[in-house]
Design a protein around this ligand. Structure first.
Ligand code: PLP
Length: 380
């Protein structure tokens, strides 16, 4: 396979001013925060250049993003969505906080399954809700028996909501239809409101079908957050949508304007809309390159660093690395200081993340090879 997207040379990447490239000194290879080392998809770049040339930098108008999400969901996932049940949000995490606020009460318990995207913890505690942690199974899939125990109150508290990353970050797993069907059945039975973060949904490996939670019986009162920002690397242009199941339209309507449409950016809406409509061939190529990098990292680890293993993944551009066999006190700190490779520290994803690091696969094969080589050499 020929790489066309994850090919940006290191010297060019180092000129970037975003978080990934500015947090660490220039001798550190940054493979941490979820930004991709690509140039943006040509139709998106053209639309942004044209908007700037027009001076078109005002407020967003009309349900264009909502309609583009409905087209994308229908074409890519076979999911028919009524744009009237889709609402603009400032970004995914803001949308999650909004969803928690309209579906639960202060003091309520919300289930999260670590290791999980660190801001999930703060979204729950920051809205005065309480965390109920139900770790993922060791293979990175959902622990359905543990979820049932939690939903039913057998862990000592009765949660009211479940915050589910689908696909999951950092275990890089697209949940199966069977698992999602069980979650929806249990949530319906125990009256748990499911809030789904589907930001990585377009990023399954080629041949892996993303299964939308809203296609499951029992999911009717769920709220799903989605954005084109991850798959097309547009985090600097923040916008997202909240998709309400047919029994949750009143919850979407209850989100205050200032926390929803009133906080989204016009250029973000414009660029995400073009990405969803015209950035599909680019996305298909990107998915192939990410899958190739996942395989490359498996091979590099086996050759150079066999004590470290990558959890088998089939979605997202993130890799969850088990470093426990190295016996290091803090693998993140070791690789940062001794290898000059910046990863994400596992414990940020919950205490079950001890001994792990998260690696960002969305870079060139050359940079990945250099990073794993440095990591291996740091242990000699
Ligand atoms: C699972 C997940 N949710 C949300 C976000 C952030 O989304 P936003 O910037 O739209 O809040 C990320 C970013 O990496 C993510 O991985």
């Amino acid at each position: 396979m020929t790489y066309e997207i994850l090919t940006v040379p290191l010297a060019e990447l180092r000129m970037r001013t975003s978080m990934k490239w500015r947090r660490y000194p220039p001798d550190v290879l940054p493979l941490w925060v979820a930004e991709m080392d690509c140039r943006i998809a040509p139709p998106v770049a053209a639309a942004l250049h044209a908007a700037i040339d027009r001076g078109d930098t005002g407020y967003p108008s009309g349900p264009v993003y909502e309609q583009a999400v409905a087209r994308f969901a229908a074409d890519q996932w076979g999911l028919e969505l009524d744009p009237a049940r889709i609402g603009l949000m400032p970004d995914v995490m803001g949308g999650i906080r909004n969803a928690l606020q309209v579906t639960t009460h202060p003091g309520d318990h919300v289930v999260v399954d670590p290791p999980v995207y660190p801001p999930f913890f703060a979204a729950v505690t920051g809205t005065d809700r309480q965390l109920l942690e139900v770790p993922m199974a060791a293979d990175g899939s959902l622990d359905l028996a543990a979820l049932e125990a939690a939903f039913s109150g057998r862990l000592g508290v009765r949660p009211t909501a479940y915050l589910l990353a689908s696909p999951h970050n950092p275990t890089s797993r697209a949940h199966t239809a069977e698992d999602l069907a069980t979650v929806a059945r249990l949530a319906h039975e125990y009256r748990i409101r499911v809030i789904v973060d589907a930001i990585h949904a377009p990023l399954t490996d080629p041949g892996v079908d993303y299964v939308p939670y809203l296609s499951m019986p029992g999911s009717e009162d769920a709220l799903v957050l989605f954005s084109a920002s991850k798959a097309w690397n547009l985090a600097g242009l923040k916008a997202a949508v909240m998709v309400a199941g047919p029994a949750a339209t009143k919850d979407l309507a209850a989100v205050p304007y200032d926390a929803a449409r009133g906080a989204a950016s016009h250029l973000a809406v414009l660029s995400h809309t073009v990405a969803l409509d015209e950035g599909r061939p680019w996305l298909a190529q990107l998915r192939s390159e990410i899958a190739a990098n996942r395989t490359l990292v498996d091979r590099l680890l086996a050759e150079k660093l066999p004590a470290v293993t990558q959890l088998p993944g089939n979605a997202t551009y993130l890799a969850w690395l088990d470093c426990t066999a190295l016996g290091l006190q803090d693998p993140y700190r070791h690789f940062r200081d001794a290898a000059r490779v910046a990863l994400n520290p596992g414990p940020a994803f919950g205490s079950v993340g001890r001994g792990h690091v998260r690696l960002n696969l969305a870079t060139s094969p050359e940079i990945l090879t250099e990073a794993v080589s440095r990591m291996a050499a740091s242990l000699d």
